[in-house]
Ligand binder design. Structure first.
Ligand code: AP5
Ligand code: MG
Length: 271
């Protein structure tokens, strides 16, 4: 670890080592998480931005382990609903959303915002949060600002990850995800100890349906048109931190910590 990042790292070695089960986020409604967050230190609240496959979910896992913040991914909500295969949480609206996802298109703002509104208690999570995949349009970002404002919750930073397209495509085609705990692997860059089996919970790994080449193209276009403008949106609010997502996940994570540490140097009352 570089000297410059050590102070941040040390200051965030907080109590919550267990990964939160995210029941409230993934299931919505009356579901509650079974993780105690009282021992967490100062809650950190970040948005992770970046093209599909850039490594947002991977960095969110590393950040969650380090900061104790809860990893809140909207894509994970849709995939969890799909896995329930028309159980009580997979009504017609969710079934429609899953169709958009499988085609690589963005789910309409109205649907996404209804899901988020149901889950606003997650913004009060004692460990803070890492928003991964939300917001994804300027409309969603404006709605998030209002929701957070009502709860008097402020974002600490928006981490914008960047990588050339050909490297992103290689990452997506080798990705494998745990059926149960949603941990993310890569068959070459981040392989599990036993092929096809999650190191963390022992469940099977699967390949996402939206990782087919033709769907990847649609997702990239949706990102460029609808999501990339959020980099400037949050820059205007002084929140965007750009981070190169190349090299290993651990190196990207080090760059993230360094960028956050620099940010603290710039804003003494911030981090
Ligand atoms: P979502 O689940 O958010 O997918 P995404 O944005 O397309 O991003 P990915 O999860 O594909 O990539 P990632 O950046 O997390 O990369 P990862 O860490 O896995 O959304 C899915 C769909 O849901 C959307 O297309 C849309 O339809 C819908 N949706 C969700 N939210 C929505 C919203 N708010 N509004 C509207 N629609 C919404 O890494 C990728 C691979 O690379 C992995 O295999 C990983 O192991 C590997 N890897 C990561 N880092 C490295 C590294 N440094 N070196 C080598 N390999 C690496
Ligand atoms: Mg992801």
């Amino acid at each position: 670890m570089r000297g410059g990042t050590r102070s941040v790292a040390a200051s965030v070695m907080i109590g919550m080592k267990e990964r939160p089960d995210r029941a409230a986020w993934l299931k919505g409604g009356e579901a509650r998480c079974n993780v105690r967050t009282e021992q967490c230190g100062r809650p950190y609240r970040f948005v992770l931005l970046g093209a599909p496959g850039v490594g947002k979910g991977t960095q969110a896992e590393l950040l969650a382990e380090r900061f104790g913040s809860c990893h809140l991914s909207t894509g994970d909500i849709f995939r969890a609903a799909k896995m329930l295969s028309c159980g009580c949480h997979c009504g017609p609206v969710m079934a429609e959303a899953v169709k958009y996802m499988d085609a690589g298109q963005l789910v309409p703002d109205e649907t996404v915002l209804a899901l988020i509104t149901e889950r606003t208690k997650c913004f009060q999570c004692g460990g803070g949060f890492l928003l991964d995949g939300f917001p994804r349009t300027v409309g969603q970002a404006e709605a998030l600002e209002k929701l957070l404002g009502k709860q008097d919750v402020k974002l600490d930073a928006v981490l914008s990850y960047e990588l050339p397209l050909e490297q992103i495509v290689a990452r997506l085609s080798g990705r494998r995800t745990c059926l149960i705990c949603k941990r993310v692997y890569h068959i070459e860059a981040r392989p599990p100890n036993r092929p096809g089996i999650c190191d963390h919970c022992g469940a099977d790994l699967f390949q996402r349906e939206d990782d087919r080449p033709e769907t990847i193209r649609v997702r990239m276009e949706a990102y460029e048109i609808s999501t990339a403008p959020l980099i400037a949106f949050y820059r205007g609010r002084g929140l965007t931190i750009s981070i190169t997502a190349g090299n290993t996940p651990e190196e990207t994570f080090e760059r993230t910590l360094e960028a956050l540490n620099n940010r603290r140097a710039l804003e003494p009352n911030g981090f």
